[in-house]
Design a protein around this ligand. Structure first.
Ligand code: HEC
Ligand code: HEC
Length: 487
């Protein structure tokens, strides 16, 4: 196994390293021994005095393929009901997340069939790596061994702690990472479309023949232009191309990854945090406090790629069972994430039961449905649960017949040991002080609000950097064509 390098770049203003190590370690690579650094005192800053030149994805006019995808994405005629398009559940006005506050959306022919999981945001998936188990996802090479073998290898390794001070360290864990859907069962945006299109609880488009007939009627011209006159002679090709087009739309359209939040403006030195936001940012990254940054990565990459607030990894957090999901009326039904029921290839890897993908927190404040089962509806509820899950479990979990609180009740008892009880803020035990006070929770929520896209940068530069600019880049990426603060 290759040793991970840890790059200390961002947050040098916010999270001061000990003097001996030096506060100006931008771009310096520390080896994994950096893990041993004690948690340094932090200082919140309203203005980023060392702004980044962020490397944003290129923004070109949509290709013809992506334009076709855009129309398919918004076309309700493809569904059985004639009323449901991808956009019905992935609302463009809410970062392509759920349109309302219901835990699951109703689909099917009469829009009465409930789904099983909360609708994830479709934004910021353009860099999502494929599903693997193990540390080396960054070079994008195909795994040479299959998933079962990877799981076998991983089983022998104990898990290291995730801390916001050195989040990538967790990558030495041989943990599942990458993939799409809450359980990672699909690898690419182009592959996944037939799922929702034919899922009886979603668009329920019927047989591929039915979809083909619709595409032939309404999209004949586009398909013939793009794929030639014989495309309709090969039905499976038509469907594959339609799915590919919808995937291209999500990858090419900047609407799916605008990077126009206040946080991005702050990174680029063009916005000023309020005091609450600055404190919240500090708490988000403090390994002894929120420690959120350990899993929801918030530092730009070495080449200036803006952070996506996920490490792409899976965790079992043990969120409470949600009685609002109709499937949960069956006491024997459990959503186990990676090990089923919707993905079947990892069914026997019991160590992964209960694990779900860490979602991006960009635009999270626009959601009214949180976690894979949509059990919470406000960020206040989410944060209360993060802080008090093990301190006051009776606030979140039901009691059994004997009156005992059933912690992690959305997992069968035998899998409850998979739940993360080591990474802060989950390392607290009854009697300990909460990781965050009420005021600190409010500060973290204020910071999360800076992750919502569509922030208007005011004309006056917020930068405290000296005029003439010691504008720092995370790397020589300054030469990159995509410029920071493109707005
Ligand atoms: C009835 C609501 C509904 C409709 C309609 C729908 N989806 Fe989804 N979508 C979901 C849910 C729920 C999930 C999560 C399912 C899971 O994890 O098992 C999801 C997951 C996804 C994901 C994975 C996202 C991630 O973060 O990993 C993608 C991509 C996606 N949908 C694209 C589409 C496309 C494209 C369409 C149209 C062809 C579509 N969806 C139609 C509800 C819907
Ligand atoms: C150990 C890794 C880890 C840490 C630490 C962590 N999270 Fe999460 N977070 C996750 C995972 C995994 C999920 C999805 C779990 C699920 O749905 O079952 C999640 C989900 C969320 C969600 C719901 C997002 C959505 O779209 O449904 C929010 C909000 C959130 N986390 C905020 C935070 C905040 C704030 C902190 C710090 C107080 C934090 N997280 C700390 C791993 C982590």
């Amino acid at each position: 196994m290759r040793q991970r390098l840890i790059r200390v770049t961002a947050l040098r203003d916010v999270r001061r390293l000990p003097p001996g190590v030096g506060a100006r370690l931008a771009g310096v690579l520390l080896s994994a021994t950096a893990l041993c650094l004690p948690a340094a005192p932090v200082r919140a800053q309203a203005v980023n005095s060392h702004p980044y030149v962020l490397r944003l994805p290129p923004s070109h006019p949509l290709s013809v393929m992506a334009q076709l995808g855009e129309r398919l994405f918004h076309d309700p005629r493809l569904s059985a009901s004639g009323k449901m398009s991808c956009a019905s559940c992935h609302d463009p006005a809410r970062a392509y997340g759920p349109p309302g506050s219901a835990a699951v959306v109703l689909g099917g022919p009469d829009l009465k069939t409930p789904g099983f999981r909360a609708v994830p945001s479709l934004s910021y998936l353009y860099r999502q790596p494929g599903f693997t188990i193990g540390p080396d996802i960054e070079n994008g090479t195909e795994p040479v061994i299959n998933l079962q073998q990877q799981a076998q290898q991983a089983a022998g390794h104990s898990r290291t702690l995730k801390t916001a001070l050195a989040p990538q360290a967790a990558a030495v864990n041989l943990v599942p990472q990458g993939g799409l859907f809450w359980d990672g069962r699909v690898d690419t945006l182009e592959q996944q479309v037939d799922g929702p299109l034919f899922n009886p609880a979603e668009m329920d488009a019927g047989t591929s023949g039915a979809v083909l007939a619709k595409l032939t009627t309404w999209y004949a011209r586009d398909f013939t232009l793009l794929f030639g006159p014989y495309v309709f002679k090969n039905p499976s090709l038509v469907l594959a191309e339609a799915m590919f087009a919808i995937g291209r739309y999500q990858i090419e359209s900047p609407d799916f990854h605008p990077f126009s939040s206040k946080f991005d403006a702050w990174l680029a030195g063009r916005a000023r945090f309020t005091r609450a936001e600055a404190r919240g940012y500090q708490l988000f990254n403090d390994p002894a406090k929120g420690n959120c940054g350990a899993c929801h990565l918030d530092q730009p990459g070495p080449d200036g790629t803006p952070p996506l607030f996920t490490d792409y990894q899976y965790e079992a957090l043990g969120v409470p069972r949600n009685p609002a999901i109709p499937a949960n009326r069956d006491p024997h039904y459990y959503d186990l994430g990676i090990c089923g029921p919707f993905r079947t290839d990892m069914r026997d890897q019991r160590q992964y039961c209960g694990m779900f993908l860490t979602p991006t927190l960009r635009n999270t404040a626009t959601r009214k449905v949180f976690f894979h089962n949509g059990v919470f509806h406000t960020l206040q509820q989410v944060l209360d649960w993060y802080v008090y899950r093990d301190l006051q479990p009776a606030r979140f979990y039901p009691r059994d017949a004997a009156g005992h609180v059933v912690k992690y009740d959305d997992l069968p008892e035998r899998y409850r040991a998979n739940v993360d009880i080591t990474d802060a803020p989950f390392d607290r035990r009854p009697g300990d002080a909460p990781a965050l006070s009420e005021r600190e929770i409010a500060d973290v929520i204020a910071f999360l609000g800076t992750l919502t896209d569509g922030y208007e940068v005011s004309a006056a530069p917020a930068s405290a950097a000296p005029p003439g600019g010691t504008r720092r880049t995370a790397s020589p990426a300054a030469a990159a064509p995509e410029i920071a603060g493109r707005r």
